[in-house]
Write a protein of this length. Structure first.
Length: 531
């Protein structure tokens, strides 16, 4: 059945066409962004959800999103998505980090001009036939100091455009390297220095716990008298009430805001103050940007739903379409290795150590790790997937380490996983043969060559005569048909293991009967997600 995607925001219709062209069923219901009850009611039907900033993806929505695999944000900011809840639910969150950055930077520059020359108010007055030429005295930008808070993609473009306007640009961004700042020809400063020196301040940081209220009442009070403040990033970054007071007192000469702490903003402390320019979150609102982000998000979501390729995800490593194709069997192998060891382990896991050898070490290890950890964690919670597994493992305090090494043996490459519990260490290794089939190649250090079956039985025993007979007889007596089996041992009369392939899940009484023979140290039925 074709995957189903819901578009619950005002995306360009270009996205609808892309989904359809790629064989995805799509419902275009932009009104749902404002109707959280209705969204919660129907979200369960969809594999994908495409949004902008109006749709709030809350834990309540995610709770009902039983089929959801991917949320695509046609834009940059994802503060309207509860990413932790999405990760726990195993839903990938992706955005389009570049599609609207130029447009948004241009809006910030436009807002800076608008507030420097009071263009909106002058326009309203002129329309009213007032001709108030002396009322609207402005300031020049040339030679003024622009303080940029957050010099990433958008902030970086703003810096570039501002330098073109002959402004002196200073930037506060703890993650901006000195070398990069030099390349951008901006002076990297501390926040207090920026607040003290800037004639104009523009914000370009995401809204996070660290940036919330970054222009607090206290920080606003440190600004230079006559400063003008532009916010085209997010509401919540500036204390709007404190700013309103400083505007009224004349300490702040003007403000230009595109974003507000509550949106849609029906009322706000900044509304109706002189020289405050407001736009309704128009930063990304150009035909070019909307086309870019809609096309990109639809392609990315379709790629993921149809091929497993992951691009621009915030809670999952990227996997290109090409990698998804080559790595498919290896991702499956990682899942099987995890599933094997997860089913064998009853005690709390302390650490998972993963070794990648040869060919395997050259792959996208982050994605293989996610699959392997998911294979293990699924045994405890069947809802875990590649997205949620690392988070759940971390929550349980499981230490994960990976090592990679050049080809060391007969195989072109392999993966070996060792799980450490309070009682023991257990390991299994596997590879993918040229037929594209994953194989287990070593269990407990004993070499074996075993394909992966849907229903299997694993036994360990001392290598003595009569074991195979006992296995066959006991299974037969309990109505279990053995399709195939594989054996391995350390040495003659040493430790031996057997893997049986059976047609159906093995009944408990058959396993008990095997145990009752007294011939086996371990008897365990195993299930694998084999198509
Ligand atoms: N008004 C609108 O329509 C639009 C608004 N935006 C907003 O703009 C934000 C920035 O977008 P991009 O530049 O593309 O993101 P980005 O990730 O390229 O840049 C953000 C920068 O902020 C810096 N940063 C993070 N924490 C900081 C802190 N505590 N103090 C100072 N700097 C910090 C980062 O180091 C990074 O360089 C988005 O997160 C979004 O909220 C984006 C697009 C449109
Ligand atoms: O991309 C972003 O972060 C934006 O804020 C744009 O928001 P919008 O898609 O216009 O609702």
């Amino acid at each position: 059945m074709a995957p189903k995607v819901l578009i619950s925001d005002e995306l360009s219709e270009a996205a609808v066409q892309i989904f359809r062209d790629r064989g995805i069923d799509v419902d275009f219901m932009p009104e749902l962004g404002k109707d959280k009850e209705k969204l919660a009611e129907i979200i369960g039907r969809y594999d994908g959800l495409a949004i902008r900033s109006a749709t709030k993806v809350t834990p309540t929505i995610l709770e009902r999103a039983d089929n959801l695999k991917v949320i695509g944000r046609a834009g940059i900011g994802t503060d309207n998505i509860d990413k932790e809840a999405a990760s726990k639910k195993g839903v990938i969150v992706m955005n389009t980090p570049f599609g609207n950055m130029i447009t948004t930077a241009e809006h910030a520059i436009a807002m800076m001009f608008a507030v420097a020359r009071q263009i909106p108010e002058a326009s309203v007055s002129t329309h009213a036939g007032k001709w108030e030429k002396s009322k609207f005295m402005g300031v020049e930008l040339t030679g003024k100091t622009l303080g940029v808070i957050g010099a990433g993609n958008i902030g970086g473009i703003v810096c570039d455009r501002a330098r073109g306007l002959k402004m002196k640009v200073i930037a506060y961004d703890p993650f901006l390297g000195e070398e990069k700042a030099q390349q951008m020809q901006v002076e990297k400063v501390e926040l207090d220095d920026l607040l003290k020196r800037a004639d104009f301040i523009t914000l370009h940081v995401p809204l996070t716990d660290q940036t919330r209220n970054i222009l607090s009442a206290e920080n606003l009070a440190k600004t230079k008298k006559g400063v003008r403040i532009i916010n085209c990033a997010r509401g919540g970054l500036v204390d709007e009430a404190a700013l309103a007071e400083l505007l009224k007192s004349g300490h702040v000469a003007g403000a230009a805001f595109d974003v507000f702490s509550v949106e849609p903003a029906k009322e706000n402390p900044l509304f109706n103050l002189p020289n405050v320019v407001c736009t309704p979150h128009l930063g990304a609102a150009t035909t070019e940007a909307q086309e870019n982000v809609a096309l990109q998000v639809a392609e990315q979501m379709a790629d993921y739903l149809l091929t497993g390729a992951v691009q621009n995800a915030l809670n999952m490593p990227s996997v290109t379409a090409e990698e998804a194709k080559i790595m498919g069997p290896w991702i499956k192998l990682a899942d099987y290795l995890g599933a094997f060891i997860g089913q064998m382990t009853d005690e709390p896991i302390k650490a998972i150590n993963i070794l990648y050898d040869g060919y395997a070490a050259e792959m996208n290890l982050a994605a293989l790790n996610c699959s392997l950890i998911a294979g293990i964690m699924k045994q405890v919670n069947p809802d875990v997937n590649m997205v949620s597994a690392p988070l759940i493992a971390k929550e349980r305090g499981i230490k994960i380490s990976t090592t990679n090494q050049a080809q060391s043996g007969a195989f072109e490459g392999y993966i070996k996983v060792t799980v450490v519990t309070g009682k023991r260490e257990r390991s299994i290794a596997g590879t993918v043969f040229s037929d594209g089939k994953p194989r287990f190649i070593q269990i407990k250090g004993i070499n074996i060559d075993a394909e992966v079956g849907r229903h299997m039985v694993y036994t360990t025993n001392e290598d003595v005569p009569g074991i195979i007979g006992a296995l066959g007889q006991t299974m037969g007596a309990n109505g279990v048909n053995i399709a195939n089996f594989t054996l391995g041992r350390t040495a003659a009369k040493g430790e031996a293991i057997a893997l049986l392939y059976v047609d159906e899940p093995v009944p408990g009484k058959a396993l008990d009967a095997l145990r009752a023979t007294g011939l086996f140290q371990q008897v365990k039925s195993l299930e694998f997600d084999v198509a």
